[in-house]
Design a protein around this ligand. Structure first.
Ligand SMILES: NC(=O)C1=CN([C@@H]2O[C@H](COP(=O)(O)OP(=O)(O)OC[C@H]3O[C@@H](n4cnc5c(N)ncnc54)[C@H](OP(=O)(O)O)[C@@H]3O)[C@@H](O)[C@H]2O)[C@@H](O)CC1
Ligand SMILES: Nc1ncnc2c1ncn2[C@@H]1O[C@H](COP(=O)(O)OP(=O)(O)O)[C@@H](O)[C@H]1O
Ligand SMILES: [K+]
Length: 501
C-alpha cells in the first residue's frame, strides 16, 4: 500500500497494462487473486476486528470484492457479501464460486461498520441507477458464515430488492450505497468509488464521499480530477503485479537543492515582472518569486512599494532587454488597456523565458497566440478555467486532454489551475497536483503561483519542471499557511516550503 504517486493511467491504458501482464503469463484470475489479496491486507489493517460488508458488482471489480471477502474471512474477520447482480465475467464468476458464505441482495443488505465498495471500477459505463441489473438468482446461503457477521441479514422477499426482476419499484442503488456508507464507521472504495468515471473526473451518480480508495496498480485520472477526486478520500495504491507507465504522473515534491557555496544572486536566477494597472498583483508575484528562491527580482513598476529587497524600475524596452533576466513574468494586475497591450507586445519580442498569466492571457487571443507558438524559448501559460476557456475554447473533455491540446496549440507548458491543477507540456507530459488546499480560493493566490513558477524558470529548470516545482511549492505553502490565509501570507509561507528538503 503506497501513497498517491506515480503514473496516472486511463481505463484504456490500464487495460493495456493488464494485457501486457497477461502476455507475460498472468491470467485475469491470477491478477484478481493478487488484487483481492492486496485489498484484504489493506482492509484488515484498516478494519481491526470490526465487521465488514463487501458490496459486489457484476464485473471484475465485484470479482476483487469476492476474493477479498474470502481472504478476510479466512483471516478470521466477520465478513458479509452483498451483490447487485450475478457476476458476468468468468473471473468474477470463479471468485464468487470460491466465496464460501452467503450473498445478500444489495437492496436488503444491513450495514456493517466497515463498508467495502466493489460495485464498479474502471468498467462503469453509465450512472448507477440507469441500468436494469437483475438480482442475484441464488439469493443467499443463510446459516453460513454470514449469520455470524455483525447484524446478520434477515430473509427478505425477492420483490423488495434493488432492480427487482418483477419490475417492482426499485430502491435506487445510490440511495442504498449512501445509507450503507452513512451507517458505517469506515468506507473503503475498491479501485474507484462506484459512480465516478475513470478518465475525466465526472461523478455520474449521487454517491457518498469515501474515507479511503484503494487504487489498483496505479492512479487513474478520476483519483485526481474534480469533482470525482473529492469522493475518493485518502487514496492508496496497491501493487497488484501489473507494470504501469504513463506520460501523466501525480505531481510530487521536486528536488530543489539549496544554493551551492559559490552561488550568487544571478546564478540563483533573476526574475523580471511587468506591472500594470493593479501593481499589487505584480508585487505579490515579486514577493513570491523572492520567497521561492529567486536571487534577484525586478519589478517593472512606477511605484516603489513592497519589501526593500524588491528592486523597482519603470517599465521600458531597455529594462526588459537585460540579458541577465532568467524569466520574465507578465500578466498579474496588467490590465487590458492600450498600455497593457504595448507592454505585452514589447515583452513577446524578447527572447527571455516567459511566464504569462492573468490579463495577459486574455490579450493573447488570436494572432498573438499563433505567433507565440512559433517562439523557441521556454514559455509557460498559467490560465484558470475562465482564462483557459477564453483562450482555447470551452469543452466538456477531460481537463488532462484539454491541457495537453492547449500545450500543443501554444507550444508551451500549460498550468491549467483550479482545485485539480493540471500541468501539460507540448510533448504530452502531464503532472496533476493532488490535494490542493481549498483555502487557495482567495484573490491573489494565482499571482503568488505565477511568481513562484517564474522563480523556478529563472533558476534554470526546464519549463515543465519549473511549472511543476512552482505548483508544488504553492501547494505546500498553502498547507503551511493553514486556514483563511490571504495571498500575502501564502507568499510569505513559500520560504518555509522552499526550505523543505
Ligand atoms: N487493472 C487491473 O490490472 C486489474 C483490474 N481488476 C478489476 O477489474 C475492474 C474492472 O473490471 P470490469 O472491466 O469488469 O469493470 P467493472 O468496473 O467491474 O464493471 C463492469 C460491469 O459492470 C456493468 N456496468 C457498468 N456500469 C454499470 C452501471 N452503472 N450499473 C450497472 N452495471 C454497470 C457492466 O455491464 P455492461 O456495461 O457490460 O452491460 C459490466 O458488467 C477494475 O476496476 C479492478 O477492480 C482486477 O480484477 C484484476 C486486475
Ligand atoms: N478550490 C480550490 N482548491 C484548491 N486550489 C484552488 C481552489 N481554487 C483556486 N485554487 C488555486 O488558487 C489559485 C488561484 O489563482 P487565480 O484564479 O489566478 O487567482 P488570482 O487571479 O486571484 O490570483 C490557483 O493556483 C488555483 O489552482
Ligand atoms: K468500486
Amino acid at each position: 500500500m503506497s501513497p498517491l504517486a506515480g503514473p496516472i493511467l486511463t481505463a484504456a491504458e490500464i487495460r493495456g497494462a493488464e494485457a501486457s501482464a497477461m502476455a507475460a503469463g498472468a491470467t485475469v484470475d491470477s491478477l484478481m487473486e493478487r488484487a483481492g489479496q492486496q485489498i484484504a491486507v489493506a482492509v484488515r489493517r484498516l478494519a481491526g476486528a470490526n465487521a465488514i460488508l463487501v458490496v459486489c458488482g457484476p464485473g471484475n471489480n465485484g470479482g476483487d470484492g469476492y476474493v477479498a471477502a474470502r481472504l478476510l474471512r479466512e483471516a478470521g474477520l466477520k465478513v458479509r457479501v452483498a451483490a447487485l447482480a450475478e457476476p458476468k465475467t468468468d473471473a468474477a464468476k470463479a471468485a464468487r464460486a470460491a466465496w464460501p458464505g452467503g450473498v445478500e441482495p444489495v437492496a436488503d443488505a444491513q450495514p456493517a461498520s466497515i463498508l467495502v465498495d466493489a460495485l464498479f471500477g474502471t468498467g462503469l459505463a453509465r450512472p448507477l441507477d440507469a441500468p436494469d441489473v437483475p438480482l442475484p438468482s441464488s439469493q443467499r446461503k443463510l446459516g453460513s458464515q454470514a449469520a455470524s457477521a455483525e447484524q446478520p441479514p434477515q430473509e427478505t422477499p425477492a420483490s423488495a430488492g434493488v432492480m427487482a426482476r418483477n419490475g417492482a419499484a426499485a430502491t435506487p442503488i445510490t440511495a442504498k450505497l449512501r445509507a450503507l456508507a452513512q451507517a458505517a464507521t469506515l468506507t473503503i472504495a475498491i479501485d474507484l468509488p462506484s459512480g465516478v468515471t475513470t478518465d475525466d473526473g465526472r461523478v455520474l451518480s449521487d454517491i457518498p464521499v469515501f474515507d479511503i480508495t484503494l487504487a489498483l496498480a496505479a492512479a487513474k485520472p478520476s483519483h485526481l480530477l474534480q469533482p470525482a477526486a473529492r469522493h475518493c478520500g485518502t487514496i492508496r495504491i496497491l501493487d497488484i503485479g501489473v507494470a504501469t507507465t504513463s506520460a501523466a504522473q501525480v505531481l510530487t515534491r521536486p528536488n530543489l537543492p539549496p544554493p551551492g557555496p559559490d552561488a550568487h544572486k544571478y546564478t540563483r536566477g533573476m526574475v523580471a515582472i511587468v506591472a500594470g494597472s493593479m501593481p499589487g498583483a505584480a508585487r505579490l508575484a515579486g514577493i513570491a518569486a523572492m520567497r521561492a528562491g529567486a536571487g534577484y527580482v525586478l519589478l517593472l513598476a512606477d511605484d516603489h512599494s513592497g519589501p526593500d529587497a524588491l528592486v523597482h524600475k519603470p517599465f521600458a524596452p531597455q529594462a526588459i532587454a537585460d540579458p541577465r533576466i532568467g524569466a520574465l513574468l507578465i500578466g498579474p494586475g496588467l490590465g487590458r488597456d492600450a498600455d497593457a497591450v504595448a507592454k505585452l507586445d514589447a515583452t513577446l519580442v524578447t527572447d527571455h523565458p516567459l511566464v504569462i498569466d492573468g490579463d495577459a492571457l486574455h490579450l493573447l487571443k488570436g494572432n498573438r497566440l499563433t505567433t507565440l507558438a512559433t517562439r523557441d524559448t521556454p514559455l509557460i501559460l498559467t490560465p484558470h478555467a475562465g482564462e483557459f476557456d477564453a483562450l482555447f475554447g470551452a469543452s466538456d473533455a477531460s481537463k488532462i486532454k484539454r491541457a495537453r491540446a492547449a500545450a500543443v496549440q501554444a507550444n508551451a507548458v500549460i498550468v491549467f489551475k483550479g482545485a485539480d491543477t493540471v500541468i501539460a507540456g507540448p510533448d504530452g507530459a502531464v503532472r496533476v497536483a493532488p490535494g490542493a488546499s481549498p483555502w487557495l480560493s482567495t484573490a491573489g493566490t494565482g499571482d503568488v503561483l505565477a511568481g513562484a513558477i517564474a522563480a523556478m524558470l529563472a533558476s534554470g529548470l526546464a519549463p515543465l519542471e519549473a511549472a511543476s516545482a512552482g505548483v508544488w511549492l504553492h501547494g505546500e505553502a498553502a498547507h503551511r499557511a493553514g486556514a483563511a490565509f490571504i495571498a500575502d501570507d501564502l507568499a510569505q509561507a513559500l520560504s518555509a516550503a522552499r526550505a523543505t528538503e
